[in-house]
Ligand binder design. Structure first.
Ligand SMILES: C[S@@+](CC[C@H](N)C(=O)[O-])C[C@H]1O[C@@H](n2cnc3c(N)ncnc32)[C@H](O)[C@@H]1O
Length: 291
């Protein structure tokens, strides 16, 4: 019995039929792509770039669920984390509805960060959260990490802070369409001066350039008579195994004598490049009296 053809087989077939790509490059066509709503994201080998628009058309034609195909052209930049993408084929309107973990996320896949590689972390946060928790998402974007927690835990309360008005407009919309208005408060502005104090059991810091000031604000956000968990994200390379744990330890020693680190746990979320990983540290902090 012949093997069932995959969408990739059809894409390769149509590229060969159309004949625009030198045959020796066919093997370099990407076998995998990411999908955010109806927007497909491919990464192309540099040798394929002269034909990128035609390749984009071939993927668009072969993947019927897509309305746009983009390629990754660089790293996510600037404070508001604009991802580096180029539209190759399809609709220039990249506002799309992404469904994951029983949640609906409206977002602009061209202009805002939504990493499908963080799926397991979103799932894990749902699993480790307990009912009744108060959660602050200091880098909320469109609700990437915190919306699923609210959807899966009916007694959790969340405050999400987002500095980019465009991302914030989607956060507001997503809170509505996931029916979280009563339990998710969106806050527009800079987390350095908008983060509530003495309220949270858990603080999410899904951002790679966390400053010491922001770590201090996360410590202030925790319930001061109990403590809680701070999740810091970062990038490690073999040369730079950086981590926010030590910075939090120093802040506790200098400014939060009523706190102590109870435990820490680091896990890799995804590989970004060979030897370069996106990791999260779970830093559990308790009140010294509870020791
Ligand atoms: C890389 S995205 C990550 C979104 C999400 N936390 C995740 O991990 O998938 C970071 C978001 O934080 C926002 N941001 C950056 N600096 C901020 C600040 N000082 N206050 C509030 N939001 C900020 C950016 O606009 C962006 O939407």
């Amino acid at each position: 019995m012949s093997k069932r053809k995959t969408p990739f087989d059809y894409i390769v077939h149509s590229v060969k039929e159309e004949g625009y790509l030198p045959v020796e490059l066919i093997d370099r066509l990407p076998r995998h792509w990411r999908r955010v709503g109806t927007v497909g994201i491919i990464e192309l080998h540099s040798s394929l770039l002269p034909w990128r628009k035609q390749i984009g058309q071939s993927y668009l034609a072969g993947l019927s669920e897509l309305t746009t195909v983009m390629q990754k052209v660089g790293v996510t930049t600037a404070k508001i984390r604009t991802p580096g993408f180029e539209i190759l084929a399809g609709d220039n309107n990249t506002v799309t509805l992404h469904k994951e973990l029983g949640c609906k996320f409206w977002l602009d896949a061209l202009k805002l960060t939504f990493s499908t590689g963080n799926h397991a972390e979103r799932q894990r946060l749902i699993e480790i959260t307990t009912e009744g928790e108060h959660i602050i998402d200091m880098f909320a974007c469109v609700g990437n990490l915190s919306l699923p927690i609210g959807v899966h835990h009916p007694t959790v309360h969340i405050k999400g802070i987002e500095i980019n008005p465009y991302a914030y407009s989607f956060l507001e919309k997503n809170i509505q369409i996931n029916h979280l208005e009563a339990r998710y408060k969106p806050i527009l502005g800079d987390n350095k001066n908008k983060t509530p104090k003495n309220w949270a059991d858990r603080v999410l810091m899904g951002y790679f350039d966390i400053s010491s000031k922001q770590l201090e604000i996360a410590l202030q956000a925790l319930k001061q008579d109990q403590g809680g968990v701070i999740h810091t994200h970062g990038i490690t390379t073999e040369k730079q195994p950086s981590s926010c744990r030590e910075a939090i330890n120093q802040l506790i020693n200098n400014k939060f004598p009523h706190f102590q680190i109870e435990s820490t746990n680091q896990r890799i979320i995804k590989s970004i490049a060979p030897g370069v990983n996106h990791y999260v540290d779970d830093i559990c902090i308790n009140h010294t009296d509870s020791a």
